[in-house]
Write a protein that binds this ligand. Structure first.
Ligand SMILES: [Zn+2]
Ligand SMILES: [Zn+2]
Length: 142
């Protein structure tokens, strides 16, 4: 299916075709700063399936893995829209909060749980990874 989304002020809109390869919570400390104390919730799509309208601002940093991670946000309203990693150039993550509802996406895994605060309530049934899990694989050609 096709997903649509927008930032809070609607200056940035996006579409994503097909299904994400994964939907995950990330509890790393960096994500907690982006998400006001909560985890980020990220739908991982192949880069070719995403189209964005409007200008994004970018904030980049070097992760413990050595990869450069970049957050794309709306400069007007501050909404976190997408993310990318130099170690995973075939994919982008869409922040789940920007997707128009209703949709049927929900996280199936929680990552970087070792950095989650003691009060974090991680839904039962999610796969848990104390740190970074293996990267998703690109879909086979054809
Ligand atoms: Zn905006
Ligand atoms: Zn994170």
């Amino acid at each position: 299916m096709a997903y649509t989304g927008r930032c809070a002020c609607e200056a940035v809109t996006l579409t994503a075709d097909g299904e994400p390869v994964a939907v995950r919570q990330c509890w790393c400390r960096r994500c907690q700063t982006a998400a006001a104390g909560s985890p980020t919730v990220n739908a991982i799509f192949p880069v070719d399936s995403i189209a964005i309208r409007g200008e994004l601002g970018w904030f980049s940093y070097r992760a413990d893995s050595g990869n450069e991670l970049s957050r794309g946000f709306c400069p007007a309203c501050g909404t976190q829209v997408i993310g990318r990693s130099s170690g995973n150039p075939h994919f982008r993550v869409i922040r789940l909060g920007v997707l128009d509802t209703p949709h049927d996406l929900a996280p199936t895994a929680a990552i970087w749980t070792e950095e989650a605060p003691a009060w974090a309530a991680i839904p039962p049934g999610l796969d848990r990874f104390p740190r970074q899990p293996p990267p998703p694989r690109p879909a086979p050609a054809g």
